[in-house]
Structure formats: C-alpha cells, structure tokens
Design a protein around this ligand. Structure first.
Ligand code: ASP
Length: 343
C-alpha cells in the first residue's frame, strides 16, 4: 500500500510533469471541414473510436449514439489506457470517470466507478433513467449493476501491474521534466506506447455532429495514473471535460484535469465560440488563460481542447506540442497535430 507520508513529502501536485510525443505526421494545421456528419476525438485512439462512431453517423444515426459507441471501443481496448486495463490509483485500484451530453443539454456522468467496463454507457443511463446528472463511487456501481452491467474482476492488467510495481518503488507524483520529443514519459499524464506503435493517453473525448446538424459529446478516462484515491479530474465534469450547446458547438478536454476544472474549460471554449470565435481561436484563448494562471508551472503541464462548431468547423489547441486528434467525415479520416502555445 502507498505510504501517505511519503506521498505528502514527495508530491508536488502543481508541478506534475508529463511527456507528450508527436503522433501525427502532418504539421499542426487549421482544419476546415465541409458538410456533416463529422466526428472528432482526442489522441491516436480516436481513429478507431471514430470508425465505430461513423457506423452510426454514416447511416444517418444520432450523434449521441455515435459518441457513446465510439468511445466504447477505447474503453474495451485491453491495450489502452482508458477503461479497466488502465493504470490504477496509488492504492492499486482502477477508478473510471465518464460523461455524456446531447443536443437537448441532457447530460449524465459517473465518477470514481470501479469494476465496470463501460462507464460511458452507465453515464448515458444516468442521463436517461435518473433525475440526476452525476453518480459517484459505490452508488454509481450499484446503479450500474441494477442496470445490468456486469461487475468485472478486480484485477490489474499485466501492463498496469508492471507500471504500478515500478511506480511503488518511488511512490511519488513527480515525473521528469516535460520532453515532448522523445515521448519517454511515465508521469501521471504521460502518453503510453502500444504494441501497434500508437501513442495513447488516459482519456478519450469525442464530439460529433450528425446529418441533422445535432451535436453530442462523450468523455471517458481512468484519470491520472497513480492518483490519490478518490481524485476526480475534469473528464466526468460537465463544463470541464465536456460541454455541448446545440446552438453553438461542443468541446472536450484532455490533460491535467485540475487545470481544466479551474477555468471551466470546455464550457469556456463553447462560450467563446458563442461570441463568434472559431473553434481553434476559442481553444487557444482558454489554453492561454491556463498558461497565464499557471505562470512558470505551465511548462510542466499539458492541457488540450478540441472543439466543433455548429457550422462543422473543427479546432484544437494545446499548451505543448504533442497533442493530436482524429477526425472523420465523408471525405477525410486522419490524425491531425494540434497547434500549441509553448514550444
Ligand atoms: N483529463 C484527465 C484527468 O485529469 C486525464 C487525461 O486527459 O489524461 O483525469
């Protein structure tokens, strides 16, 4: 078990480091998409997730169904860092967070959920079957079981077990200084290299517009690796990790959740789009706000936003180099490198 004293001595939560790598081959660009439907999602895993979402969108289906189906692929991927195969908290338990939001501003969320394979599907049930928006911990699990979701075995994946055993040797949050070039990261928000060469992260956020022009979004995560037990990031919080306003646009976030929460990140991006900013300009403004707040600490943290407006325009921005997003519409399917504010 984790030694609390050691944690208090060694953790510098505000100076979490992370390492991000270049995962897309093209240079950072502004994306203009013509026509709907369209789906976008964070990191390399977004490619496979978008494919699943497209099975719904391509047939004229609803964006809400697409964003649920899409991220379920990532949640189920044994090889990934979202879902039950992910790194545990510092006490050795995998705890999952997810939220979903539709074109009517209906939303649902689960947090600190254990032993359930598809938190996003439970979040949707919270939205559709309860009078509430968020359920957490044992209450969320109890609801999931009542709804028929199987309780999975409480066992770390072999990769997570190795990572956890390694982490226990030092048992602190501090990771090496950010190094976006070589990707050799093992910080709480560092990307992970998969057997197939993809780089993936602890979160997938997805937003989509369907043939009817309606928007929905989803976000699901295992959170920060080796986090304090009970820690929640931005991902299950409507307005932080995800926000959808069907008149304006939708946004999702990834990276150090604490810094997304303090600026109500995804909501702020959508509000800036409402004022007329493009998705990219809106994402950049909120990234700059975080950098301004964090001052010199910004060099050690990564946050990225990914947004889509009602016209079907897509934009993203990150603090640092290394954030990529996947995009799919009728004519285009690729990973795009996001622009960033700090070299
Ligand atoms: N935003 C997530 C969190 O803070 C982590 C991530 O995007 O990797 O929980």
């Amino acid at each position: 078990m984790f030694n609390r004293r050691k944690f208090i001595q060694s953790s510098a939560f505000g100076s979490f480091g992370l390492l991000l790598g270049k995962v897309a081959s093209a240079s950072p660009e502004t994306v203009t998409i013509k026509g709907k439907p369209v789906v976008i999602s964070t990191w390399d895993a977004g490619l496979a997730a978008n494919k699943a979402a497209w099975e719904v969108l391509g047939k004229g289906g609803r964006a809400l169904d697409a964003v649920e189906k899409g991220v379920m692929v990532t949640e189920a991927s044994k090889n990934c860092c979202v879902g039950l195969g992910a790194n545990p908290d510092r006490d050795g338990f995998v705890t999952l967070d997810a939220c979903i939001m539709d074109e009517f501003s209906n939303c649902g969320s689960v947090a600190f959920l254990e032993r359930i394979k598809h938190p996003i599907a439970v979040a949707r049930r919270v939205m559709e079957k309860t009078p509430h928006v968020m359920l957490v911990g044992s209450g969320a699990q109890q609801f999931a079981v009542i709804e028929g979701f199987p309780l999975e075995e409480q066992k770390l994946s072999s990769e997570a077990q190795i990572n956890y055993d390694n982490w226990l040797k030092e048992s602190h949050y501090k990771s090496p200084a950010i190094n976006v070039e070589n990707k050799q990261g093992h910080g709480p928000f560092a990307p992970h290299k998969l057997d197939n060469g993809e780089w993936n992260h602890d979160t997938i956020g997805m937003v989509a517009m369907d043939t009817n022009g309606n928007l929905s979004g989803s976000c699901t995560t295992s959170g920060a690796g080796f986090k304090m037990r009970g820690r929640l990031g931005d991902s299950p919080i409507i307005g932080a990790g995800l926000f959808v306003d069907n008149e304006v646009g939708a946004c999702t976030a990834t990276g150090q959740g604490e810094d997304v929460i303090r600026v109500a990140g995804s909501h702020s991006v959508v509000e800036l789009m409402r004022q007329g900013l493009s998705p990219e300009a809106a994402c950049k403004k909120v990234i700059e706000r975080i950098v301004k707040i964090k001052k010199e600490k910004a060099k050690d943290i990564q946050v990225a936003f990914l947004a889509l407006n009602k016209k079907g325009q897509v934009g993203a921005y990150a603090i640092h180099q290394g954030f990529s997003f996947a995009i799919k519409n009728g004519t285009r399917e690729e990973l795009v490198k996001a622009k960033f504010v700090m070299p």
